[in-house]
Design a protein. Sequence first.
Lengths: 384, 525
Amino acid sequence: MKSMWQRAGMMGAALATSQTALAEYAYNLPEPASQVARDVFQLHNLILLVCLGIFVVVFGAMFYSLVKHRKSAGHQAAHFHENTTVEIIWTVIPFIILVGMAYPAAKVVIDMKDTSSPDLTVKITGYQWKWGYDYLNDGVSFYSNLSTPREQINGTAAKGEHYLLEVDEPMVVPVGKRVRLLITANDVIHAWWVPALGAKQDAIPGFIRDSWFKADKIGTYRGQCVELCGKDHGFMPIVVEVVSEEDYAAWVAKKKGAAAVAAADGTKVFELTDLMTRGESVYQGNCAACHQADGMGMAGVFPAIDGSKVATGPIADHIALVMNGVPGTAMAAFAGMLSDADIAAVVTYQRNAWNNKTGDLVQPAQIAAARGGAAAEAAAPAAQ
Amino acid sequence: MSDAAHAHDDHSHGHPSGIMRWLTTTNHKDIGTLYLGFAFIMLFTAGSMALLIRAELFQPGLQITNPDFFNQLTTLHGLIMVFGVIMPAFSGFANWQVPLMLGAPDMAFPRMNNWAFWVLPVAGLMLMGSFLLPGGAVAGGWTMYPPLFIQGGISYDLTILAVHIMGLSSIMGSINIATTILNMRAPGLTLMKMPLFCWTWLITAYLLIATMPVLAGAVTMLLTDRNFGTHFFNAAGGGDPVMFQHIFWFFAHPEVYILILPAFGIVSQVIPTFARKPLFGYASMVYATASIAILSFIVWAHHMFTVGMPVAAQLFFMFSTMLIAVPTGVKVFNWVATMWKGSLTFETPMLFAIAFVCLFTIGGFSGLVLAMAPVDIQVHDTYYVVAHFHYVLVSGALFAIFAGSYYWLPKWTGHMYDETLGKWHFWLSVIGMNIVFFPMHFLGLAGMPRRIPDYALQFTEFNQIATVGAFIFGFSQLIFLVVVLKAIKGGAKATDQVWEGAEGLEWTLPSPAPYHTFETAPVVK
């Protein structure tokens, strides 16, 4: 019996993929790339077949009646209006079918929930509007932003093959390993989903929930945020690169090297032009979604930075706002998301871009000082 | 039951006329008409929003909206269709039909009836007016999940207030309907002889009275979180954002049945009439309706399978949800058995009722698919869910409203509607509706999230098909408008009986039903 369902599932998958190749019509769940996704795929096929069977029987009877029992065909109405035996039968039979369906479904639920003995644990954090990944075993951390250019979205450039499903920094995992996901959020509720891996979990601010997957095959798997999280909900995709174990080790080494270089920036003193260049790229990645590339914001929703009191007023207040955010609004606290150098760069950029020609220069040491604490205070004079 | 007493049209014992007649009316027929008219206007308002949404989604990229305005459209489309169209339309049917079916002179609380209606346009204006406020209308989804809902501007507070007002209206309406049904039935009309429409509304009224205060509590907590520094839903202050979802769905799952039980009632009146055969399994219909209502209180967390519940909770909500298929199945079987060996004719109300049985069942099947927690987790918050709830709300609730409107229009206006136009309306609606919503199943399975203004290229074809269907469906509703206006203005005179196979007290009255009816109660044997 099970092999029959498995075969039906495979056929469905084959059909779905061949259709995708022909045109972009996909009629079923994507081709599964993990055991859980495969179980779900087969469960869905099973339920669909049961529903189809019931539909044919019930509506076969109804359409037979619509044709045969028409007044225009001279049919006289019968007068029966109850039949206890029939009514009991059609209450009991659906119940038995349901029990038959509940059993395999329960098995998959229990399997999906079993996040024990992982080979690798990754903490995933949803932000408005990007994902953050922290590899707890390997000490790698990064953010993953949509990399589709604005011009493609606005229709001024041709759309690429992976339009809206591409990121600057994909999540990378080794093939055939149990990956446990610890999922949370920083601001509002998001949901992390990669269909082919069969893992979906809401990301809830203040709480950590877990999920897991074990990818069968090397490849790139794409998904999207699936919980409405504000303006750019449709623009925070997820890309998971499943690679061989050697490639994974090489990737971890590379990420660690890059992190060491970035850490050194925190103690440097920068020129204005360097800060402006770096600040612009930080601004585009973190601020422009709301405050817009031209710094004008969106009237009534997101304040303008160009000409604002914050960006032209006291530097300390400006730094504090960027670091701590504004509770109860979409303005996030960037202290935990950006490095000292990045915050220094973006504040400098905001104070000098557009019409805000204050000429102010903010150095990473000032950010470290603003973070407070003995260590930061000790570091600040040393930098000067 | 002669109605000679009603022959003189006596609504002028010093009653105001013109706009004041409608503002001050306590007559159940006037108030029923007001509800139906309000629902009609709101249907076109929220329908236009749906067409804007579909136009944006015709191709990938952002063309006619920006993401923030798109979210405002989806949010308001949902809120208005639920609270401004389906619920008021059913209240309109209840106001017109419950007293006529029970042989009662009016509703139990006529003045409260007036008040229950007239607060609704205020709430509607508040929702629509919020488009003009700084920051635009509410954009956090009709489900109002915090913390996103905490972030918004003044229109979010206005929406909370509007939801409060609509809840108040529903509670007043339900108390009125339940009291009328329990106390004002004609002598001899026992509960188990009552038309099924009254039964479904009685049960709906109890669902409303039980759950509307829960919604009011949830949105009040949102209001204080937003404005008065409480932290019910803020983890940083010891609250829990998921708690809102539990409270909200404890309201909103029974709400799903509030939106469909009166539809079951209408269809259960229409099918026997055109099958010329009594409803099959009347008693089991009543028990099935009651079971669905009771079960609706213990399944709410199936909307939340992806929040990360313990295994035991997930299994409990999966099993209890699947159980709902049993009483729902009983209803479908009963409708089919009512048609079986009848003497069927296919006037417009019957066509809509048959489409209801067939297409609502497709929505039921996708509901069964969604009840399986593992499959739900895969397709939760995708277009599969959008397809599912539009099958039960458009080809379910809305088609039943169409069926009921065509069925009772001759009794309300005294004129037969234009059958040819009615059939055009039916066929264009049923074809258009399937072209919009059937491809959405495929989109959801393929992985397209809901509530996104722009999508990846592999979703293009089905979105284009859906948009074409949406415009066919949307514009064919103008035919319905024409049919209703024509029937109000004139047309062939309707007989008292109207339909050959119709049974019940309302068909003993003249057409149109006089302003005051059943001043002396009829006796039912």
